[in-house]
Design a binder for this molecule. Structure first.
Ligand code: PNS
Length: 163
């Protein structure tokens, strides 16, 4: 079984993330969406909220599992017996950052491959931080996040004041 891991903070998930999940899941037997549980980062949404939002959007996709991880990504990938890490690239600055990260992961566990998928053009400027910024000033986020989670994202961001 060819298994891949798509890791991220997903704080919150955007339509760009969902597009990568859908396209990646078409090319692997199983895709694990791995949500970072990092005590050093202070996400707006709790780990459970971030996991639930991804589950809400991927309910109809049979080969997807949503899990959390902490520590090194490569250790999680190995534990899950996966071979591939999927990363989405929107632009050259994503590439610069991800190149460094994938080299580091390669040094740690050479048997794990990172595969890059280009963001669909219509989502190439979407990001979780842009969603938070737009919502902070009462802008419309309906186009930015999957429809299943629009209300959850709006409610969560209206309660939060630390982003
Ligand atoms: O959505 P993000 O915040 O860009 O995702 C970043 C993530 C979670 C993929 C990255 O921070 C990560 O892999 N963190 C785990 C720690 C790790 O393994 N780092 C790589 C070696 S430097």
């Amino acid at each position: 079984m060819l298994k891949a891991v798509y890791p991220g903070s997903f704080d919150p998930m955007t339509k760009g993330h969902l597009d990568i999940i859908m396209r990646a899941s078409n090319n692997f037997d199983k895709l694990i969406v791995a949500v970072l549980n990092n005590i050093n980062k202070s996400p707006v949404f709790t780990l459970e909220e971030r996991i639930d939002m991804i589950k809400d959007c991927t309910r109809n996709m049979g080969n997807i599992e949503v899990k959390s991880f902490s520590g090194l990504l490569v250790d999680f990938v190995e534990k899950e017996k996966a071979k591939v890490v999927i990363k989405g690239l929107r632009d050259i600055s994503d590439f610069q950052y991800e190149l460094q990260m994938s080299m580091m992961n390669k040094m740690l566990k050479p048997e794990i491959e990172t595969m890059f998928m280009l963001a669909a053009p219509q989502y190439s400027f979407y990001s979780s931080s842009a969603v938070k910024e737009v919502a902070k000033y009462d802008g419309r986020i309906d186009e930015l996040v999957p429809f299943e989670i629009i209300d959850t994202v709006k409610k969560g961001l209206s309660k939060a004041n630390n982003f």
